[in-house]
Design a protein around this ligand. Sequence first.
Ligand code: GLU
Length: 451
Amino acid sequence: MAVSDHVDLNGFMEGVKKRNPYQPEFVQAVQEVAEDIFEFMEDKEEYHSQQILRRIAEPDRVVSFRVCWEDDAGNIRVQRGWRVQNNNAIGPYKGGIRFHPSVNESVLKFLAFEQTFKNALTGLPMGGGKGGSNFNPKGKSVREIMRFCQSFMTELYRHIGADVDVPAGDIGVGAREIGFMFGQYKRITNNFTGVLTGKGLEWGGSLIRTEATGYGAVYFLAEMLATKGEDLAGKTAVISGSGNVATHAAEKIVQLGGKVLTLSDSGGFIHDPDGITQEKIDWVKSHKTHRRGRIEDYVAAFPKATFHAGKTPWGVPCDVALPCATQNELLGEDAKTLIANGCRAVSEGANMPTDLDGVHAFKAAKILYAPGKASNAGGVAVSGLEMSQNSERRSWKEEELQQMLKDIMSGIHQSCIRYGDQGGGYIDYVKGANIAGFKKVADAMLAFGVV
Ligand code: GLU
């Protein structure tokens, strides 16, 4: 009798915990998926006997390396770098690079695991990967960041390639860092290929890549509201974060007639009861991205707003919420507060921002709740379109790309309904996204046999 016949969800999770000690983020991400997939697999013996979920939850490889660099004072600094190549059943590994002091193997394994499902949902041929370093870009000079990026790429270059693994940005890695890394890749290999996405427009980047994650999360939110015959006009939105995803989500909410009340960073959140208009969003973009400032400075520029140090914005009553900062920033209690205050829809712009208690609370309340692997897939989707443009050696027009992004988000929404419709007007988007993403990868893996 096959071993798998004896393994139920609890047994499976026990194994995951045992094999991945001290990796709580990774275990959490696997648990969230496994809860739905075990139910789906009940009558599908092949997925069980071929150990498909067990295989997806074991990265193809984890590369870990030392990154040495010299700071402006001449000190030698040593950081750790990683690339987690989780699964390439449906295309080259694809996923961002994160530079943040919280980065460790657990965080990158959870992100690479999530990315595998997210990328499958886009419908584009991309496998799942993620990389990064515990390097903290905060307070570093541009020259220090350049030297770090060059050193990081000097090791990473041997593991990536346009048809092998295509990294992009994530927290702490934007167009500037991608530029430094691409420059070093090109210098080492003498190859001008689409080995990274999120590139500058002059050297192979795609229009709307910068806006895509935030815009996509709002398109997804609009799709969810439409199932209830509603739209965003006149709705109040609470958003966390103030980086690329949060500011572009805010921008799209404003364009669609909504009112954005909050933004945040690691220091706390600002609450602007008048609404964060496009002009104010532009101020945040320039203050946070170009001047590397703090969100608390917003209240000096716009005095009607208040700053709440050390707090997250989930206690502010709203119609819709978009967690766009980082993992586990919205806990079970926060979810209950949002629901009690009348929040009707949550669209995640970050990766796994809601903890398991929060996910269960949203599901129990049957509100419209989209997990990041569905709602924030717009970013990697346009990365996929950047790869296509690089292969074709041409650039598509903005309108074409806008339409493709909208179509992809709407396609993901359809997939979620297909596998997540629970009847009685309730769609379990977590279940829908997990099953749709899993099925595509799983069926490809079945075709390849035991590898
Ligand atoms: N880091 C983004 C994500 O979490 C984008 C990845 C990419 O474009 O490859 O999906």
